[in-house]
Design a protein around this ligand. Structure first.
Ligand code: UTP
Length: 297
């Protein structure tokens, strides 16, 4: 990796143009990324993570039908005018401060795949590697995932770094899976990556989830990439074509990831966060007590 300022991750790309069909009818009029875990929309967790990582610019790749996302990221002066000062203050903290961060919206008019969405950001990124955050993968823990990855990136000796979790053998068919060459702490050196392998043929149980730090060379690979699974331009396919030239590492982050693109993952995330907040103790205790009395009956 170059050790100059060109190696610093200055841009985070948020692909948010997908249709969110697994969450219909909730996503008929509300973008999936604005669905809340308790009271905070998924996109807010992702924005906070990108800010914590110190990026200068956030590029949202959105769809014209999802303009509510633009409204969410802006400061709401209206509430302040209506005298709701405390609420307005909280919302201001959540909104992106455009003095500190550039915010750019680009449109992906057709959902041609995650890889295509990232390619749509190409003309708006700052020089150097880019981060990609999929807001429907919620990652919580004492350290923010993207910050951990960016700290490890200069020493990983690869241009592309992907966040990984260990999954059960039977679950590998739902993920991109790394072919592992070596492990050094949280960094996993990979020499291959296969999309959704058969469990019997999977090269490992290290599965790729929605955080990436990618060398800017990724845009050339994406521009060349032909449609893959589901007829979509797949980001994993483009990364895989550059393993020999750019290099690929996995990063086994310390936090816990919830697949909030699925109903089960969204429910699990809500329960996980509720369990950490005493304000929900009574409701959780009541639910558990109800469960045990109905089991006993
Ligand atoms: P998903 O694979 O979860 O697809 O996208 P989706 O359309 O959002 O949801 P389902 O499967 O229909 O329920 C993962 C991420 O990539 C973005 C999505 O917005 C989500 O953040 N994406 C996907 C795009 O921005 N464009 C695309 O063409 C596809």
């Amino acid at each position: 990796m170059p050790e100059d300022s060109e190696a610093i991750v200055k841009t985070a790309i948020f692909p948010v143009a997908g249709l969110g069909t697994r969450f219909l009818p909730a996503t008929k009029a509300t973008p999936k990324e604005l669905l809340p875990v308790i009271d905070t929309p998924l996109i807010q967790y992702a924005i906070d993570e990108a800010r914590d990582a110190g990026v200068e610019r956030i590029v949202f790749v959105s769809h014209p039908s999802k303009s509510a996302i633009e409204r969410h990221v802006q400061d709401d002066a209206d509430l302040r005018e209506r005298g709701k000062a405390r609420l307005a203050r909280e919302l201001k903290q959540a909104a992106i401060d455009e003095d500190l961060h550039d915010v750019v919206f680009v449109m992906q008019d057709e959902p041609l795949g995650l890889g295509h969405a990232v390619l749509c950001a190409r003309d708006n990124v700052l020089p150097g590697p880019v981060a990609v955050i999929l807001p429907d993968d919620l990652i919580v823990g004492s350290k923010e995932c993207l910050s951990e990855m960016i700290a490890a990136y200069p020493n990983c000796d690869s241009g592309h770094m992907v966040a990984t979790i260990d999954v059960a053998r039977d679950d590998v068919a739902s993920y991109g899976i790394l072919s592992v060459l070596a492990r050094n702490g949280r960094v996993i050196k990979a020499n291959g990556m296969v999309e959704k392998p058969d469990p019997a043929a999977a090269p490992s149980k290290s599965a790729v989830v929605g955080r990436y730090v990618l060398d800017a060379a990724i845009f050339d690979a994406l521009a060349r990439q032909t449609p893959g699974v589901g007829g979509e331009i797949q980001q994993t396919d483009a990364i895989a074509t550059q393993i020999c030239t750019t290099g690929l590492s996995g990063f086994a982050f310390s936090g816990q990831r919830f697949d909030c693109g699925s109903k089960q993952g969204m429910l699990a995330a809500g329960l996980h966060l509720a369990r950490q907040d005493p304000a929900f103790d009574a409701v959780l205790d009541e639910f558990v007590a109800g469960q045990s009395s109905s089991t006993a009956a």
